[in-house]
Design a protein around this ligand. Structure first.
Ligand SMILES: [Zn+2]
Length: 293
């Protein structure tokens, strides 16, 4: 699954290539890609046609394109393999092309070299898709109204997050992945932030002090901003891409995927443990498990 930095790179690419452009027509090539739009493919296409895209928005891992002249938004579900590509109209269709959005010649706020391009949703495994939703008064698609702000959001409330940690009878990695407490921190960046903060993933949240919460949030922000800085160099091409499997940040990871490799801080071999149908990577020396009471 793509995480926040990958989705933000896609958002920036969309802003450059499709923000401000007006939809000429929509072609749905596979019904599964539109299954979350319950009214069907024709209704989806009609809902977009003639409307102008506003600036693409993101909250956590959720990405949406508001329609500037209506109170609706197109929500992108990237799933495991979904990609949003911007291609010239002459580019041959991808094998797994699911949805095509063509634009009028008017560029709106998009870059001049966006002329003659179209937006394609390509998805090999068809877990992803696009859907059209009413906005909440805050401008969020209604189906993601419950998603908390992410730590890179200027309006994220550190104190409220700390209080929520103290109240919840949870463990820290569960809390970091709870999208109603904090959004955008997935398995990879949770392991990275916990390694940097020298915290074991099973540490009870009720034991967190304010400085400890602040330190962990700081590490989570650093690791995501570093990933963004790396990804930010490649989005300025005629290719808006997201693919969680082939993340560009792999080489700079300190914890995730490093089983049996030496901890970059103390040299102890890193460990992997099964965790909620996923894995947790940690250093057994730097990140001591909590004592059982
Ligand atoms: Zn270590």
């Amino acid at each position: 699954m793509p995480e926040l930095p990958e989705v933000e790179v896609v958002r920036r690419g969309l802003e450059r290539w499709v923000g401000g452009r007006t939809v000429a027509d929509v072609e749905v090539l596979h019904p599964r890609a539109i299954r979350r739009h319950l009214a069907g493919a024709e209704d989806f296409a009609l809902g977009l046609k003639g409307h102008r895209f506003g600036a693409p928005m993101r909250r956590g891992k959720y990405l949406w394109l508001p329609l500037a002249d209506s109170d609706t938004s197109v929500l992108a579900h990237l799933g495991m393999s979904g990609q949003l590509l911007v291609k010239t109209q002459q580019t041959p269709d991808e094998k797994h092309l699911r949805i095509r959005v063509r634009f009028t010649d008017e560029l709106g706020g998009a870059a001049p070299d966006a002329a003659g391009t179209e937006l394609r949703f390509v998805d090999q495994r068809t877990f992803g898709g696009l859907s059209l939703h009413e906005n909440t008064p805050d401008g969020l698609p209604d189906v993601i109204a419950h998603i908390a702000r992410d730590p890179l959001d200027p309006l994220f409330d550190d104190e409220a997050f700390h209080q929520a940690l103290r109240r919840s009878r949870s463990t820290i990695k569960r809390a970091l992945l709870n999208q109603s407490l904090i959004s955008g921190v997935g398995n990879i960046y949770a392991d990275e932030a916990l390694w940097r903060a020298r915290l074991h993933y099973e540490r009870p949240t009720a034991t967190f002090t304010r400085p400890r919460t602040a330190e962990l949030l700081g590490h989570a922000r650093d690791v995501m901003n570093e990933a963004l800085a790396v990804g930010g160099t490649s989005f300025d091409s005629l290719y808006v891409n997201v693919n969680g499997e082939s993340g560009y940040f792999d080489r700079s990871l300190d914890a995730y995927g490093r089983e049996d490799e030496p901890c970059r801080r103390c040299g102890t071999p890193m460990r992997r443990r099964p965790w909620m149908n996923r894995s947790s990577y940690f250093c057994p020396r730097c990140q001591r498990p909590p004592r059982l009471s």
